[in-house]
Design a protein around this ligand. Structure first.
Ligand code: UDP
Length: 245
């Protein structure tokens, strides 16, 4: 798969449906695969933290979640055609695995969210095999037990929804012990599946303005979003150098 190096993060040049196909292929392979969907904020975080960049680059699939990353790839002359957000990829994967017997574990969100998400998902994908759930609020000393719970459930895929960079760090810490074939870090997706948060209307998504919709709904995000202009400037000044390597 072609990749574009964005400030040291090797993002796969895939769209949503290619990413979903890739994950279904991963499910057929007897080994662990991590899937992350970095946005500009996360790439800036990796830019400042080489260890975190390494962790991201170990992932078997990294998709561009955010219009900033899509524009960066175009600027670097390795254009990614569309934003491939975790939620959209997850939906396509669920469509494909409904009725196949693959086992899914939902991990993350506030207490009760994973249960609500399961209820709603089963309405839409009645043959989905959801074998376990766990909320995303835990103490560091609980982590081993969570890994055991996931392994004992027999799941071959886990959605890890702790927000970034927590979910990527969690998966990175446990990738050697997790017995699933796919661990996907997909942020607030369980909140959306549970119906607690609504996605921006399609017009905002299609025009690359979902960030603006989210900002209006959750103004506290402004601090995190301030990374976007820094990201744009850094890509324009330093981005080409990375992409030659
Ligand atoms: N979350 C969690 N444990 C934590 C912190 C956050 O499970 O310790 C959950 C939170 O309840 C929410 C999700 O992680 O469901 C983060 O959602 P957000 O939309 O902020 O994530 P993003 O996709 O923007 O990284």
């Amino acid at each position: 798969m072609d990749k574009v190096n964005i400030l040291g993060v090797h993002v796969d040049m895939v769209n949503i449906s290619q990413a979903a196909d890739c994950i279904v292929t991963f499910l057929g392979e007897e080994k662990f695969h991590a899937v992350f969907t970095p946005n500009s904020e996360i790439i800036m975080h990796a830019y400042k933290n080489p260890e975190f960049a390494k962790l991201l680059n170990r992932a078997e699939l990294l998709t561009a979640d955010g219009i900033g990353v899509v524009y960066a790839s175009k600027f670097l002359k390795k254009p990614i055609r569309e934003r491939a957000a975790g939620y959209d990829i997850a939906r396509q994967v669920l469509n494909k695995i409904n009725g196949t017997g693959h086992k899914l574990f939902l991990f993350g969100g506030k207490p009760g969210v994973a249960q609500e998400a399961k209820k709603n998902l089963l309405k839409e994908y009645p043959e989905l095999n959801i074998v376990g759930m766990r909320d995303g609020y835990f103490r560091p000393e609980d982590e081993e037990e969570i890994v055991e719970q996931i392994n004992n459930s027999g799941a071959d895929m886990v959605f890890v929804c702790l927000g970034a960079p927590k979910q990527e760090e969690w998966i990175g810490r446990h990738r050697e012990k997790l017995e699933v074939r796919v661990a996907m870090g997909i942020g607030g997706s369980l909140d959306v599946f549970a119906g607690r948060v609504t996605r921006a209307p399609e017009i905002f998504q299609k025009t690359g303005m979902e960030w603006f919709y989210r900002l209006c709904k959750e103004p506290w995000r402004i601090r995190r979003m301030m990374d976007l202009p820094k990201f744009a400037v850094t890509v324009m000044t330093n981005g080409r150098k990375y992409n030659q390597n």
